[in-house]
Design a protein around this ligand. Sequence first.
Ligand code: C2E
Ligand code: CA
Ligand code: CA
Length: 752
Amino acid sequence: MNHIEYKVKNICFVAGFGALAVFLCTVYLFILRDVIRNETENYMSEISGKTVQIVQSEISDNFSDLEMAAKAVEFLSKEKSSDQKIMQFMETVGNTYGFTRIGIVREDGTGWLADGHAIDLSKEEYIKRAIDGEQAISDLTVSTIDKEAVLIYAVPIRNQDEAVCGALVWSRSVESLHDKLKIKTFYNEGHSHLLKKDGTFIIETEQDVMKQGTIDRFLENGCTGIGAAEIAVLMDNLQNGTGGMLFFGKDGRAYVGSYAPLGINDWFLLDVVPQEIINGDFNRVMLIGAGIVMSFVLICLLLVVYVWRLQRGHVEKLKNLAFEDPVTGGGNITYFRENARRMIRHASPGTYAMVSMDINSFKLINVTFGQEAGDRTLKYVYEILKEGLEPGEIAARMGQDRFRMLLKNAPVEQLVKRLAENVERIGRYNEKLESKYFLSFSAGIRVVDEPDDNIIIIGDQANMARKKAKLRPAPDGLLSWAVYEQQDKTELMRSKEILDAVDRAITNHEFAVYLQPKIDLRTKKLVGAEALVRWILPDKTMIRPDEFIPTLEHNGQISKLDLYMFREVCRILKDWEERGFQAVPISVNFSRVNMSQSQILDQYQKIQTEEGVSSNLLEIELTETMIQGDMEYFGQFMDEIHHLGYQCSLDDFGSGYSSLNTLKDLSVDVLKLDRQFFRDQGGDGEKEKKIVRGIIQIAKSLGIRTVAEGVEEEDQVKMLTEMGCDMVQGFYYSRPIPVSDFEEKYKKEIAG
Ligand code: C2E
Ligand code: CA
Ligand code: CA
């Protein structure tokens, strides 16, 4: 997954989580709101029920008082008491029960009050009902006498035959009902109202939220949060005698109303309470609940973000570890392969060219200036190569001093020109220096003509071309290059043949020992030899070790060959001994692959004992690449070799990464200076000379003998003699030659 995909995925995750949280929170709040509304409704109808009961019992108390009085009046009339007596009685009763006025009407609705006032209530509906034998109550009426708002109660009065002959009426100030209608439980904030079924208010309490008029007009004018449809439902309910709930706002406050039929006339009782009072606790619960949910969601979200960041940091770190080259700070081999693979796959054939590049004799820098300077140089080279890239190209260090680039393909001359410009720019740091040192490079170019080709194979082929380049002279001394050709493919195929053939070759003795002499520079006499393998095929063609040893090392078969060569060398020495020769020590090469095989030295000793050769004629050549950071193990290994009685030499010194420093910690007998020290590097070679002289002197001071390898010229022999080098091994004296030729050539020295 690339970085952007990863980021998008994470953002989606957090967004998704956030959306889910908001959704859950909303659902929770909706449910809570519903529960609260239900609770409010239940609570309000309960309150309503109670106020209805209060009003009903007040009114029925009033009626029973009046009925009592009516019974008394009936009794007095039966006793034929005088009207005056009856009047007196009514006055007493009125005072006792707190009636404002009390009077009697006849069947025609006319009559008199206790105080003597004549009254005519013949048109009143409630009087008609009382005459019809019912208890009846008037709507709110303003008394004609004292202008007071009253309710008038009327009950029938019957004669001896139980027939209605009139009605007892009394009026009562509306105040008494007012008091009962106040809903005390709501901190005096709740109010009750009596309504007629057409919506007209009969009684309103003091601090009324509703003004005189009808409920629908009141709600329509100046109330919020209630629509025409809800008002219509209310009016319908009133008409049909059913109760219900009412939610509305007024002057910035929200109210809840509950109305229920009273069972008296067509009256309804309406209780109105500010919502915040009734819902005070619920609102708090809801707020706390919402707060808890929100905090929980927030904590979860923070946790998720935290874990995500932690993980991202981790992934980033791992990615850096996996893709970053610690030396250059740029991409490493994995980075290069991953990206190159992707780029090639998405491009048409021939878009890119893969370039493999390394620094010639880079080892000199490590040896001379130490690893830190070496690393600085690698970083510097990388920076320049990177600067030289065009958009859509990449570069990375692949390991050691090898670099790889994926460049836009172009005619070879152009590619080479770009590479040469890089090399030239790398050399620019010399501009201000007095003694100049130029880095030279080898480059292999492999045009990527098949997007499906394996990236590792493409890389191997670029490497192959680079190695080919090393064998060619550099036109300007600083860059040698070669292009991978199709026929080079056969070389790869050959490595498979090699592996298939190695066992057969060992059994058939196809591997031959060639000996190359080591000559003492003081006496110019033979003092030793190195055994170098040659593969002589049945058809007599000879394959050089460079062509098959890397392949055998690659899959571990090299140990077989090294043991075989050791046995062959033992046999030569034994043969010389038996023939009475003055034998010289012979060194064998020891592949670094053997180092990882435990008990390998036991096998060497076993062979030596079997062949019956004395150990002091044997020398093992280790290369400094075997150290690979584990000096302690390397030192122990050398000690074991000495324990077996063999000499131990350090081969190819100066071609690897060890520095002179390592020498003092190792019990090396012989130091073999790499051929690269003596190769023409361009320039005057003064620097190399200084290095070689230094190394020889240091080795001497540590009691280590020195062998200069690859010496081809007389000048070199002279120079090395003058520098105090102990021995040389090189074409100047002899190429590696078959044993019989060697015996022939040095018969004077060895045959005595
Ligand atoms: P090496 O151990 O550094 O051996 C020296 C190489 O330098 C030999 O290459 C030799 O032919 C070459 N040489 C010697 N003098 C000169 C000279 O004056 N000029 C030039 N240009 N070259 C010179 P050779 O025989 O091709 O072997 C190459 C490498 O193969 C050896 O390098 C060694 O690392 C490896 N090798 C050879 N035989 C064996 C073996 O039996 N076992 C193992 N493990 N490796 C072997
Ligand atoms: Ca060697
Ligand atoms: Ca060597």
